[in-house]
Design a protein around this ligand. Sequence first.
Ligand code: NDP
Length: 283
Amino acid sequence: MSASIIDGKALSDTVKADVATRVLALKERGVTPGLAVVLVGEDPASQVYVRNKAAACEKAGLHSRVIRLAGDITEASLLETVRELNADNAIHGILVQLPLPRHMNAARVIETIAANKDVDGFHISNAGLLMTGQPLFRPCTPYGVMKMLESEQVSLWGAEAVVVGASNIVGKPMAMLMLAAGATVTLCNSKTRDLAAQTRRADVLVVATGKPGMVTGDMIKPGATVIDVGINRTEQGKLVGDVDFESASKIAGRITPVPGGVGPMTIAMLLVNTLEAAERSVN
Ligand code: NDP
């Protein structure tokens, strides 16, 4: 293996320690940052994510409130819960855990969250602000990737950046953030004709497709920085990314592992977004 490993766990600990210090300063001004996480239904993966988010909040000194709702509640009653949280001064950030049950319209639910409490950064007005270069909340996963690149001193200025996967929550905001940092960005999706021709040009390659091991070493430019956002569970119960770590780590210059890469950074940036929402509420 030649690539150096980008340790997302260690960096997330540093970010969370900084959040804890800023939380203390805010508490001295009489404000405890509060995050409300709304979980609808019993999806096992969502339950784990919600538990982890609440635990990370408590550890950094933020207040967290988990609201568990039955999977068969109506969309109207979920919207009512969101509106109550919008009006609650103890809550600075609201997150509705996705995916929602099929009878609900996720876009409508997200648009109901007050844009200034939308710590996931998924609200259409926050997406618009990001696109026009005036971000309020940066979506947590791409924000965490940017922190990693910054901490590794990977310059994006004039760099070729390729993002594989174009979802609203990862790929598209990732492309916007790297574009704003001066990269020339290519955004690929499942229809991209010759994916390897695109990925081989990348100085910085971010992969977020949900397809385990789909990017292999022969698709990577020697020395490139490879960020694997994917989290997939194999039939054997092992967590793997969207990049084939074994072959990719022989070619890349830097690479993130799964687990221990982007995942911990996502939670750390959620804390940052909640803290900053609380700071804005007093300033
Ligand atoms: P989505 O399913 O919403 O989007 C996947 C994207 O990948 C789509 O744009 C799709 O293209 C594209 N894609 C699928 N197959 C290919 C292919 N063969 N070649 C090129 N592009 C392809 O996924 P998410 O963005 O929500 O998540 C992606 C991965 O990241 C998942 O593994 C998820 O678990 C993980 N994740 C990790 C997080 C973390 O904290 N580390 C947070 C969020 C997600 P098209 O648009 O054409 O359909």
